[in-house]
Design a protein around this ligand. Structure first.
Ligand code: SF4
Length: 354
Protein backbone atom coordinates (compact mmCIF):
# COMPACT_ATOMS: atom_id res chain seq x y z
CA UNK A 1 0.00 0.00 0.00
CA UNK A 2 2.84 2.37 0.89
CA UNK A 3 4.46 1.66 -2.46
CA UNK A 4 1.29 2.27 -4.40
CA UNK A 5 -0.39 5.19 -2.64
CA UNK A 6 2.68 7.12 -1.36
CA UNK A 7 1.78 10.79 -1.89
CA UNK A 8 -2.01 10.27 -1.67
CA UNK A 9 -1.57 8.74 1.76
CA UNK A 10 0.37 11.71 3.08
CA UNK A 11 -2.17 14.10 1.60
CA UNK A 12 -5.33 12.38 2.74
CA UNK A 13 -4.13 11.28 6.21
CA UNK A 14 -2.29 14.16 7.89
CA UNK A 15 -1.51 11.96 10.89
CA UNK A 16 1.04 10.05 8.79
CA UNK A 17 4.60 11.36 9.21
CA UNK A 18 6.33 9.31 6.55
CA UNK A 19 5.77 6.52 4.06
CA UNK A 20 8.24 3.68 3.64
CA UNK A 21 8.05 0.96 0.99
CA UNK A 22 8.87 -2.72 1.42
CA UNK A 23 12.44 -2.33 0.16
CA UNK A 24 13.10 0.67 2.40
CA UNK A 25 11.93 -0.25 5.86
CA UNK A 26 15.50 -0.72 7.05
CA UNK A 27 15.87 3.07 6.67
CA UNK A 28 13.36 3.67 9.47
CA UNK A 29 16.03 4.42 12.13
CA UNK A 30 17.61 7.11 9.91
CA UNK A 31 14.20 8.49 8.95
CA UNK A 32 13.18 8.72 12.60
CA UNK A 33 16.35 10.65 13.35
CA UNK A 34 15.43 13.28 10.76
CA UNK A 35 13.28 16.38 11.18
CA UNK A 36 9.78 14.98 11.71
CA UNK A 37 8.16 18.08 10.28
CA UNK A 38 9.37 17.06 6.90
CA UNK A 39 7.05 14.55 5.26
CA UNK A 40 9.16 11.77 3.83
CA UNK A 41 8.36 9.25 1.15
CA UNK A 42 10.86 6.44 0.78
CA UNK A 43 9.63 3.91 -1.72
CA UNK A 44 12.43 3.34 -4.20
CA UNK A 45 13.04 -0.22 -5.35
CA UNK A 46 16.35 -1.48 -4.08
CA UNK A 47 18.64 -3.89 -5.91
CA UNK A 48 20.97 -4.30 -2.91
CA UNK A 49 18.28 -5.78 -0.67
CA UNK A 50 20.29 -8.95 -0.14
CA UNK A 51 23.44 -7.40 1.29
CA UNK A 52 25.00 -9.74 3.89
CA UNK A 53 24.53 -7.23 6.68
CA UNK A 54 20.78 -7.18 6.22
CA UNK A 55 18.95 -9.88 8.11
CA UNK A 56 15.79 -11.22 6.52
CA UNK A 57 14.64 -13.13 9.55
CA UNK A 58 11.26 -12.51 11.14
CA UNK A 59 10.99 -14.02 14.60
CA UNK A 60 7.60 -15.62 14.99
CA UNK A 61 8.72 -16.71 18.45
CA UNK A 62 12.07 -17.65 20.00
CA UNK A 63 11.54 -21.14 18.63
CA UNK A 64 10.23 -20.55 15.11
CA UNK A 65 11.54 -18.09 12.51
CA UNK A 66 10.62 -17.01 8.99
CA UNK A 67 13.56 -16.64 6.59
CA UNK A 68 12.95 -14.72 3.37
CA UNK A 69 14.41 -16.43 0.30
CA UNK A 70 12.79 -14.32 -2.41
CA UNK A 71 10.44 -11.40 -2.85
CA UNK A 72 8.15 -10.11 -5.56
CA UNK A 73 6.23 -11.91 -8.26
CA UNK A 74 6.21 -12.14 -12.07
CA UNK A 75 2.86 -13.84 -12.42
CA UNK A 76 0.41 -10.93 -12.68
CA UNK A 77 -2.70 -12.82 -11.68
CA UNK A 78 -5.54 -10.61 -12.81
CA UNK A 79 -6.73 -9.58 -9.32
CA UNK A 80 -3.41 -9.25 -7.49
CA UNK A 81 -1.57 -6.13 -6.50
CA UNK A 82 1.69 -7.85 -5.43
CA UNK A 83 3.66 -7.39 -8.68
CA UNK A 84 2.91 -3.65 -8.46
CA UNK A 85 3.66 -3.27 -4.76
CA UNK A 86 6.50 -5.76 -4.21
CA UNK A 87 7.99 -5.61 -7.69
CA UNK A 88 9.31 -8.47 -9.81
CA UNK A 89 10.91 -11.65 -8.44
CA UNK A 90 14.29 -11.23 -6.79
CA UNK A 91 16.23 -13.89 -4.96
CA UNK A 92 18.64 -13.94 -2.04
CA UNK A 93 21.95 -15.77 -2.54
CA UNK A 94 21.93 -19.32 -1.23
CA UNK A 95 25.00 -18.71 0.97
CA UNK A 96 23.21 -15.95 2.90
CA UNK A 97 20.12 -18.10 3.41
CA UNK A 98 22.16 -21.08 4.62
CA UNK A 99 24.27 -18.92 6.97
CA UNK A 100 21.15 -17.37 8.43
CA UNK A 101 19.55 -20.77 9.07
CA UNK A 102 22.78 -22.12 10.62
CA UNK A 103 22.83 -19.12 12.96
CA UNK A 104 19.17 -19.66 13.92
CA UNK A 105 19.84 -23.33 14.50
CA UNK A 106 22.80 -22.47 16.78
CA UNK A 107 20.40 -20.24 18.71
CA UNK A 108 18.26 -23.33 19.30
CA UNK A 109 15.43 -22.43 16.90
CA UNK A 110 13.36 -25.53 16.23
CA UNK A 111 11.39 -24.51 13.14
CA UNK A 112 12.35 -22.57 10.01
CA UNK A 113 9.72 -21.30 7.57
CA UNK A 114 11.06 -20.15 4.19
CA UNK A 115 9.18 -17.11 2.89
CA UNK A 116 8.51 -15.72 -0.56
CA UNK A 117 5.59 -14.83 -2.82
CA UNK A 118 6.50 -17.75 -5.08
CA UNK A 119 9.19 -19.85 -3.40
CA UNK A 120 9.15 -22.49 -6.15
CA UNK A 121 10.69 -20.10 -8.65
CA UNK A 122 13.74 -19.58 -6.38
CA UNK A 123 17.08 -19.35 -8.22
CA UNK A 124 20.35 -18.43 -6.58
CA UNK A 125 21.32 -15.15 -8.31
CA UNK A 126 24.97 -16.29 -8.43
CA UNK A 127 24.66 -19.77 -9.94
CA UNK A 128 20.98 -20.50 -10.69
CA UNK A 129 20.87 -23.17 -8.02
CA UNK A 130 17.12 -23.91 -7.71
CA UNK A 131 14.52 -24.34 -4.97
CA UNK A 132 14.75 -28.13 -4.73
CA UNK A 133 18.55 -28.01 -4.34
CA UNK A 134 18.08 -25.33 -1.69
CA UNK A 135 15.70 -27.61 0.24
CA UNK A 136 18.23 -30.48 0.17
CA UNK A 137 21.03 -28.19 1.43
CA UNK A 138 18.91 -26.72 4.22
CA UNK A 139 17.86 -30.21 5.27
CA UNK A 140 21.55 -31.02 5.88
CA UNK A 141 21.93 -28.25 8.47
CA UNK A 142 21.99 -29.84 11.90
CA UNK A 143 20.04 -28.61 14.89
CA UNK A 144 16.60 -27.36 13.91
CA UNK A 145 14.00 -30.05 13.23
CA UNK A 146 11.15 -28.69 11.12
CA UNK A 147 11.28 -26.92 7.76
CA UNK A 148 8.29 -25.38 5.97
CA UNK A 149 7.90 -23.00 3.05
CA UNK A 150 5.24 -20.55 1.86
CA UNK A 151 3.92 -19.70 -0.71
CA UNK A 152 3.90 -22.18 -3.58
CA UNK A 153 2.23 -21.28 -6.88
CA UNK A 154 0.50 -24.44 -8.14
CA UNK A 155 1.90 -23.88 -11.65
CA UNK A 156 5.49 -23.78 -10.36
CA UNK A 157 5.16 -26.51 -7.74
CA UNK A 158 6.96 -29.52 -9.25
CA UNK A 159 6.97 -33.25 -8.71
CA UNK A 160 10.65 -32.92 -7.68
CA UNK A 161 9.58 -30.62 -4.85
CA UNK A 162 7.04 -33.21 -3.71
CA UNK A 163 9.80 -35.87 -3.75
CA UNK A 164 12.08 -33.53 -1.78
CA UNK A 165 9.30 -33.18 0.82
CA UNK A 166 9.02 -36.94 1.10
CA UNK A 167 12.77 -37.63 1.17
CA UNK A 168 14.02 -34.90 3.48
CA UNK A 169 13.25 -35.69 7.09
CA UNK A 170 13.03 -32.09 8.26
CA UNK A 171 10.47 -30.94 5.68
CA UNK A 172 7.02 -31.07 7.25
CA UNK A 173 4.28 -32.91 5.41
CA UNK A 174 2.26 -29.74 5.20
CA UNK A 175 1.77 -27.46 2.21
CA UNK A 176 -0.06 -24.24 1.42
CA UNK A 177 -1.12 -24.54 -2.23
CA UNK A 178 -3.43 -21.63 -3.15
CA UNK A 179 -6.04 -22.71 -5.68
CA UNK A 180 -8.26 -19.56 -5.56
CA UNK A 181 -11.24 -21.26 -7.27
CA UNK A 182 -12.33 -24.74 -8.28
CA UNK A 183 -13.52 -23.60 -11.71
CA UNK A 184 -11.17 -23.79 -14.69
CA UNK A 185 -13.17 -21.07 -16.45
CA UNK A 186 -12.63 -18.73 -13.49
CA UNK A 187 -8.95 -19.74 -13.25
CA UNK A 188 -8.51 -18.69 -16.87
CA UNK A 189 -10.13 -15.31 -16.19
CA UNK A 190 -7.91 -14.95 -13.11
CA UNK A 191 -4.83 -15.63 -15.31
CA UNK A 192 -3.65 -18.36 -12.92
CA UNK A 193 -2.30 -20.46 -15.80
CA UNK A 194 -3.34 -23.89 -14.53
CA UNK A 195 -6.60 -25.80 -14.74
CA UNK A 196 -8.57 -27.50 -11.99
CA UNK A 197 -7.40 -30.84 -13.42
CA UNK A 198 -3.72 -29.82 -13.35
CA UNK A 199 -4.12 -28.63 -9.77
CA UNK A 200 -5.79 -31.89 -8.74
CA UNK A 201 -2.99 -33.84 -10.42
CA UNK A 202 -0.49 -32.14 -8.10
CA UNK A 203 -2.70 -32.88 -5.10
CA UNK A 204 -2.77 -36.56 -6.15
CA UNK A 205 1.04 -36.67 -6.50
CA UNK A 206 1.41 -35.18 -3.02
CA UNK A 207 -1.15 -37.53 -1.46
CA UNK A 208 0.35 -40.59 -3.17
CA UNK A 209 3.83 -39.73 -1.89
CA UNK A 210 2.71 -38.53 1.56
CA UNK A 211 -0.71 -39.88 2.54
CA UNK A 212 -0.49 -37.92 5.81
CA UNK A 213 0.10 -34.55 4.12
CA UNK A 214 -1.94 -31.62 5.37
CA UNK A 215 -2.98 -29.10 2.71
CA UNK A 216 -4.22 -25.54 3.04
CA UNK A 217 -5.31 -23.05 0.40
CA UNK A 218 -6.63 -19.58 -0.47
CA UNK A 219 -10.08 -19.07 -2.02
CA UNK A 220 -11.65 -16.00 -3.61
CA UNK A 221 -15.44 -16.00 -4.07
CA UNK A 222 -17.40 -13.64 -6.30
CA UNK A 223 -14.72 -13.02 -8.92
CA UNK A 224 -16.19 -11.04 -11.87
CA UNK A 225 -18.46 -13.30 -13.89
CA UNK A 226 -18.44 -16.16 -11.33
CA UNK A 227 -21.65 -18.10 -11.98
CA UNK A 228 -23.49 -20.30 -9.47
CA UNK A 229 -22.10 -23.33 -11.30
CA UNK A 230 -18.52 -22.04 -11.10
CA UNK A 231 -18.95 -21.33 -7.39
CA UNK A 232 -20.36 -24.82 -6.92
CA UNK A 233 -17.17 -26.21 -8.47
CA UNK A 234 -15.21 -24.50 -5.70
CA UNK A 235 -17.40 -26.09 -3.04
CA UNK A 236 -16.90 -29.46 -4.74
CA UNK A 237 -13.15 -28.92 -4.76
CA UNK A 238 -13.14 -28.33 -1.00
CA UNK A 239 -15.06 -31.58 -0.51
CA UNK A 240 -12.64 -33.41 -2.80
CA UNK A 241 -9.34 -32.13 -1.39
CA UNK A 242 -10.28 -31.93 2.29
CA UNK A 243 -8.03 -29.02 3.23
CA UNK A 244 -6.90 -28.77 6.83
CA UNK A 245 -7.34 -25.01 6.63
CA UNK A 246 -8.37 -22.34 4.12
CA UNK A 247 -8.04 -18.56 3.89
CA UNK A 248 -11.13 -17.29 2.09
CA UNK A 249 -12.05 -13.84 0.81
CA UNK A 250 -14.72 -11.95 -1.08
CA UNK A 251 -13.38 -10.51 -4.33
CA UNK A 252 -12.83 -6.77 -4.39
CA UNK A 253 -10.97 -4.91 -7.16
CA UNK A 254 -7.46 -3.58 -6.56
CA UNK A 255 -6.12 -0.54 -8.44
CA UNK A 256 -3.85 -1.16 -11.44
CA UNK A 257 -4.80 -4.84 -11.70
CA UNK A 258 -6.37 -6.10 -14.91
CA UNK A 259 -9.52 -7.41 -13.20
CA UNK A 260 -10.20 -3.87 -11.91
CA UNK A 261 -10.99 -2.97 -15.54
CA UNK A 262 -13.77 -5.55 -15.59
CA UNK A 263 -17.21 -5.00 -14.17
CA UNK A 264 -17.37 -6.21 -10.55
CA UNK A 265 -20.43 -8.13 -11.64
CA UNK A 266 -21.28 -10.38 -8.68
CA UNK A 267 -23.60 -8.52 -6.31
CA UNK A 268 -22.26 -7.88 -2.79
CA UNK A 269 -25.03 -9.85 -1.06
CA UNK A 270 -24.31 -12.83 -3.37
CA UNK A 271 -20.58 -12.62 -2.56
CA UNK A 272 -21.35 -12.45 1.17
CA UNK A 273 -23.63 -15.48 1.03
CA UNK A 274 -21.12 -17.47 -1.04
CA UNK A 275 -18.39 -16.72 1.49
CA UNK A 276 -20.56 -17.65 4.49
CA UNK A 277 -21.65 -20.93 2.86
CA UNK A 278 -18.09 -21.78 1.81
CA UNK A 279 -16.74 -21.14 5.31
CA UNK A 280 -19.54 -23.20 6.87
CA UNK A 281 -18.67 -26.11 4.59
CA UNK A 282 -14.98 -25.80 5.41
CA UNK A 283 -15.75 -25.66 9.14
CA UNK A 284 -17.53 -29.02 8.87
CA UNK A 285 -14.64 -30.50 6.85
CA UNK A 286 -12.11 -29.30 9.43
CA UNK A 287 -14.16 -30.74 12.27
CA UNK A 288 -14.28 -34.09 10.49
CA UNK A 289 -10.49 -34.02 9.93
CA UNK A 290 -9.81 -32.97 13.52
CA UNK A 291 -12.10 -35.68 14.94
CA UNK A 292 -10.01 -38.30 13.12
CA UNK A 293 -7.08 -37.30 15.39
CA UNK A 294 -8.91 -38.14 18.63
CA UNK A 295 -7.15 -41.00 20.40
CA UNK A 296 -3.93 -40.48 18.39
CA UNK A 297 -0.64 -38.90 19.49
CA UNK A 298 0.90 -35.97 17.62
CA UNK A 299 4.37 -34.46 17.80
CA UNK A 300 3.85 -30.79 18.65
CA UNK A 301 6.18 -27.81 18.87
CA UNK A 302 5.07 -25.88 21.95
CA UNK A 303 5.08 -22.17 21.11
CA UNK A 304 3.71 -20.68 24.33
CA UNK A 305 0.88 -20.57 26.81
CA UNK A 306 -2.64 -21.05 25.54
CA UNK A 307 -4.50 -17.75 24.96
CA UNK A 308 -7.68 -18.96 26.64
CA UNK A 309 -6.05 -20.77 29.55
CA UNK A 310 -2.79 -19.37 30.85
CA UNK A 311 -1.99 -22.61 32.65
CA UNK A 312 -2.30 -24.56 29.38
CA UNK A 313 0.01 -24.64 26.37
CA UNK A 314 -0.38 -24.16 22.64
CA UNK A 315 1.66 -25.26 19.67
CA UNK A 316 1.49 -26.64 16.14
CA UNK A 317 1.80 -30.17 14.90
CA UNK A 318 3.55 -31.16 11.67
CA UNK A 319 0.35 -30.46 9.72
CA UNK A 320 0.37 -26.90 11.13
CA UNK A 321 -2.82 -27.51 13.11
CA UNK A 322 -3.20 -25.68 16.41
CA UNK A 323 -2.76 -28.06 19.35
CA UNK A 324 -3.86 -26.87 22.81
CA UNK A 325 -2.76 -29.12 25.63
CA UNK A 326 -2.03 -29.46 29.31
CA UNK A 327 1.33 -30.42 30.69
CA UNK A 328 2.63 -30.72 34.23
CA UNK A 329 5.88 -28.98 33.28
CA UNK A 330 6.84 -25.94 31.23
CA UNK A 331 7.52 -27.23 27.71
CA UNK A 332 7.62 -23.92 25.80
CA UNK A 333 10.11 -24.20 22.94
CA UNK A 334 10.20 -27.99 23.10
CA UNK A 335 8.78 -30.78 21.01
CA UNK A 336 6.22 -32.78 22.95
CA UNK A 337 4.07 -35.78 22.20
CA UNK A 338 0.43 -34.87 22.78
CA UNK A 339 -2.37 -37.38 23.16
CA UNK A 340 -5.42 -35.90 21.44
CA UNK A 341 -8.58 -36.22 23.50
CA UNK A 342 -10.88 -33.67 21.86
CA UNK A 343 -11.16 -31.01 19.19
CA UNK A 344 -13.07 -28.13 17.67
CA UNK A 345 -13.05 -27.03 14.01
CA UNK A 346 -9.97 -24.90 14.54
CA UNK A 347 -7.85 -26.79 17.07
CA UNK A 348 -6.96 -30.12 18.62
CA UNK A 349 -6.96 -30.58 22.39
CA UNK A 350 -5.09 -33.04 24.55
CA UNK A 351 -2.41 -33.67 27.15
CA UNK A 352 1.33 -34.02 26.91
CA UNK A 353 2.82 -37.48 27.33
CA UNK A 354 6.38 -36.15 27.68
S1 SF4 B 1 -1.65 -14.10 -6.49
FE1 SF4 B 1 0.39 -14.85 -5.97
S2 SF4 B 1 1.18 -15.64 -7.89
FE2 SF4 B 1 -0.52 -14.30 -8.45
S3 SF4 B 1 0.40 -12.29 -8.82
FE3 SF4 B 1 -0.22 -12.35 -6.66
S4 SF4 B 1 1.59 -13.01 -5.56
FE4 SF4 B 1 1.90 -13.51 -7.71
Amino acid sequence: MAQLYRAELLKSKPIIDFVVGPDNYRQIPQILAQDKKEKIVSTTWSSDWNKPSESHVIHKSRHSAFVTIMEGCNNFCSYCIVPFTRGREKFRPKTLILDEIKALSDLNYKEIILLGQNVNSYKDPDNHFGFVELLYEINRISGFEWLRFITSHPRNFTEETAFAMKENKKICHSLHLPVQTGSTATLIRMKRRYTREEYMEKVMILRNLMPDISLSTDIIVGYPGETDEEYQETLNLLKEVHYTNIFSFRYSPRPRTSSALEEDSVALDVKKKRLIDLQALQKDIQLEINRSFIGKTVKTLCLGHSKKDSTGYTGRNEGYQVVNFVSDKNVIGQFVIVKITGCGSYSLHGHSLT
